[in-house]
Design a protein around this ligand. Structure first.
Ligand code: NAD
Ligand code: UFG
Length: 436
């Protein structure tokens, strides 16, 4: 059934891929993002993958009202997209790979709105865009691209006024709440900022949802809520004990949502604990876009491969693991995105609160990932062994059985696919820096 989903943080890494899958499943998507860790052009690229070649390129209505948080008014034009080849046939994820060469993409027909029916929609060409409808509600602060089913509000999730305007303009059926800060190290340095943004943002969102009579929420939690000295594989009932402020914001939000659902029967809450998201969209035009020097392994490896970083530092090779390096449960970001669509599809049948791991259940070492990436990019990834990173666990992977049982979902993309798609995205970024 077609629904209208509010995606907070929908311009970010996981949120943007989830928007693609929601649109492919036929839903209407309203993104709210303050762009603190993402780019406006991501919206355009989501729309392009979803089959609307126009993205958000034309001037749209501007809401001149300043928002309570001081966030600048929304409504600036999206940058004009350049042609990107996208396969016209819909797949499970809505789009098929477009080939390995991105240096001279050929405009091809695209899927205007991938459907789940298996019917192939007639493609259109990016090279001859037709007129696009602009925001039909000029005072709501919402930029719309009705053809793709995607709408965007540039605002902070702590901004009650912006949330109320959004809920007034769109009849939202459910919310997927990604908006948050996510750097473990930064959270240790700036705990108040993390509690304010992550916990404060969630409180403001929940209050606005309640005012608008919206009672369905899927929340981005993290494997970081599990106790570091616990024994993997982690199950949802494994011991909890986050070791840093970031992880504690996640656990606090889980508890707030659980208390809320216990207080009133109309609420349905799904807490998704992600393991290690990796990879990019198979089109190569959407992926992780970390600001500054990345912390996580896959973006570091990718930047070494493309020559932006000289070499990878492997943090420790003396762990009690087969090759001595840290073991994690890397999950393709598109699998993760599909997991959110599955959670929404199942939410009415689920209990008031469901806690589910999203992982593959397979542990991969740092050196195993490096080797897979070298296969994907066809060049060596230089590395050196460095001291252990403080706070790192030796081994962390999920038991994903509960998500399979409850949602009928499991990860299907392997490490080679993660590396291939991350590399494709890295190359696209290198060639299209001006568009980002
Ligand atoms: P991301 O930084 O790419 O995306 C987060 C998005 O939220 C960004 O677009 C950012 O601009 C936006 N945002 C942040 N604070 C906001 C605010 N106050 N108001 C409006 N927008 C705001 O991160 P991601 O990797 O896509 O992570 C998404 C969610 O998943 C986060 O909550 C994160 O904690 C969680 N998570 C991520 C990982 C991971 O390794 N990437 C693992 C577990 C959980
Ligand atoms: N690593 C390196 N070199 C690097 C970066 C990482 O050797 O340059 C190693 C780490 O030591 C670890 C593995 O690669 O063994 C993975 O490290 P990441 O930083 O990519 O991921 P983490 O498992 O530390 O944490 C990530 C997110 C958290 C999230 C957690 C969920 O950063 O926010 O996954 O499991 F909570």
């Amino acid at each position: 059934m077609k629904q209208t989903i509010l995606v907070t943080g929908g311009a970010g890494y996981i949120g943007s891929h989830t928007c693609v899958e929601l649109l492919a499943a036929g839903h209407e998507v309203v993104v709210l993002d303050n762009l603190s860790n993402s780019r406006r052009s991501a919206l355009d690229r989501i729309a392009r993958i979803a089959g609307c070649g126009l993205g958000f390129p034309l001037p749209v209505a501007v809401d001149p009202r300043p928002t309570a948080s001081g966030v600048e008014p929304v409504g600036r034009s999206f940058s004009a997209p350049s042609p990107v080849a996208v396969n016209p046939r819909p797949t499970a994820s809505g789009v098929e790979p477009v080939g390995d060469s991105f240096s001279a993409p050929t405009p091809v027909a695209v899927n205007p709105r991938p459907t789940t029916s298996g019917v192939e929609p007639v493609g259109r060409s990016f090279s001859a865009p037709s007129p696009v409808a602009v925001n039909p509600r000029p005072t709501s602060g919402i930029e719309s691209n009705p053809e793709s089913g995607l709408h965007f509000v540039e605002a902070d999730v702590r901004d009650a006024g912006a949330l109320d305007a959004l809920f007034a303009a769109h009849r939202i059926d459910a919310v997927i709440h990604f908006a948050g800060l996510k750097s473990v190290g930064e959270s240790v340095q700036q705990p108040l900022r993390y509690y304010d943004n992550n916990v404060g943002g969630t409180l403001a969102l929940l209050a606005a949802m309640r005012r608008a009579n919206v009672h369905r929420i899927v929340f981005s939690s993290s494997a970081t809520v599990y106790a570091g000295d616990g024994q993997p594989p982690f199950r949802e009932d494994s011991a909890l004990g986050p070791a840093n402020p970031y992880g504690r914001t996640k656990l606090m939000i889980e508890q707030i949502l659980t208390d809320l659902a216990a207080s009133a029967p109309e609420w349905k809450v799904v807490l998704l604990r992600y393991f290690n998201p990796a990879g990019a969209h198979e089109s190569g035009i959407l992926g992780e876009d970390p600001k500054g020097i990345p912390n996580n392994l896959m973006p570091c490896v990718s930047q070494v491969a493309v020559g932006r970083l000289a070499q990878l530092e492997v943090f420790g090779n003396d762990y009690p693991t087969p090759d001595g390096t840290g073991v994690r449960d890397y999950i393709h970001v598109v699998d993760l995105a599909v997991g959110h669509v599955a959670a929404l599809g199942a939410i009415e049948q689920l209990p008031a609160v469901s806690t589910l791991n999203l992982g593959t259940g397979r542990g991969v070492s740092v050196l195993e990932l490096v080797k897979a990436f070298e296969r994907a990019c066809g060049r060596p990834v230089p590395y050196r062994i460095a001291p252990r990173r403080p706070g790192d666990a030796a081994v962390n992977y999920s038991d994903p059985a509960e998500a399979a049982r409850r949602l009928g979902w499991r990860a299907t993309r392997d490490l080679d696919a993660m590396c291939r798609d991350a590399w494709r995205w890295q190359q696209w970024q290198a060639q299209h820096a001006a568009e980002l």
